[in-house]
Ligand binder design. Structure first.
Ligand code: PGA
Length: 257
């Protein structure tokens, strides 16, 4: 059985003070949450990581960053290394989010380097894949996903793959209010699982958690989670408020698989 994992991607929102407020609110809401049923992760901006880490201390809520560079240290102005994220209190890092691919030139090759570097210091990568609208409309969804999965995950061992999480985020559903239907999500999740089986074997395919992302909200989380291959969610907009994020987590934790 795969344990549900819900992660909040706060994107470029929240000052340190606001991040602390949101974290404190979540901590209060999740005081009685059964963390045996669900992993919860929040991913603030770099500047708020250490302070959020202090607030999260021993709550059971995990901390993730939204990006990382693959070198250990050096003359790389503006970048942050995997060990530095660990130092700030992170256990997770989002890698290859579509906004990074779209606006910051991230490629499957850079995503691959980042995953390997994160795994080296035992950070759990949340690896994002997903097609854009024109790719979907031209019936290229599976081809795009196959290309992203094969190349982003090149030369990673099955053993290491077991330490990762994949997020399927159709770009056309991110921040648009348009969620993929549960059937559309399930179709691609099952396809990804099939690819994982061919590339890494049956154990990885059956154990690796695949989150859905793209306009997830309290109103649609249950039907998404009801799909057999949807193991959680990567939540943007709705993770910025205590009420909506805690409702998503609670509802997701109640879905019996
Ligand atoms: P959204 O973002 O929930 O606001 O659509 C999801 C994401 O980008 O991870």
């Amino acid at each position: 059985m795969r344990k549900t994992i819900i992660a909040g991607n706060w994107k470029m929102y929240k000052t340190i003070k606001e991040a602390i407020e949101l974290t404190t609110g979540l901590k209060r809401e999740f005081f009685k949450l059964d963390f045996a049923k669900v992993d919860v992760v929040v991913c603030p901006v770099f500047t708020a990581l250490s302070e959020v880490s202090e607030v999260l201390n021993e709550t059971g809520i995990g901390l993730g960053a939204q990006n990382v560079y693959w070198k250990e240290e050096g003359a790389f102005t503006g970048e942050v290394s995997p060990a530095m994220l660990k130092d700030a209190g992170c256990q997770y890092v989002i890698i290859g989010h579509s906004e990074r691919r779209q606006f910051f030139g991230e490629t499957n090759e850079s995503v691959n380097n980042k995953i390997k570097a994160a795994l080296k210091v035992e950070l759990t990568p949340i690896i994002c894949v997903g097609e854009n609208l024109s790719q979907r409309e031209s019936n290229n969804t599976f081809k795009v996903i196959e290309d992203q999965i094969k190349n982003s995950l090149a030369d990673i061992s099955p053993e290491d793959m077991l330490k990762t999480v994949i997020a399927y985020e159709p770009v056309w559903a991110i921040g648009t209010g348009k969620t993929a239907t549960p059937a559309q999500a399930q179709e691609v999740h099952a396809y990804i699982r099939g690819l994982l089986k061919a590339l890494f074997g049956a154990e990885v395919s059956s154990s690796l958690r695949i989150q859905y992302g793209g306009s997830v909200k309290p109103e649609n989380i249950t039907e998404l989670m009801n799909q057999p291959d949807v193991d959680g969610a990567l939540v943007g907009g709705a993770s910025l408020k205590v009420d909506s994020f805690s409702a998503i987590v609670t509802k997701a934790s109640e879905v019996k698989k």
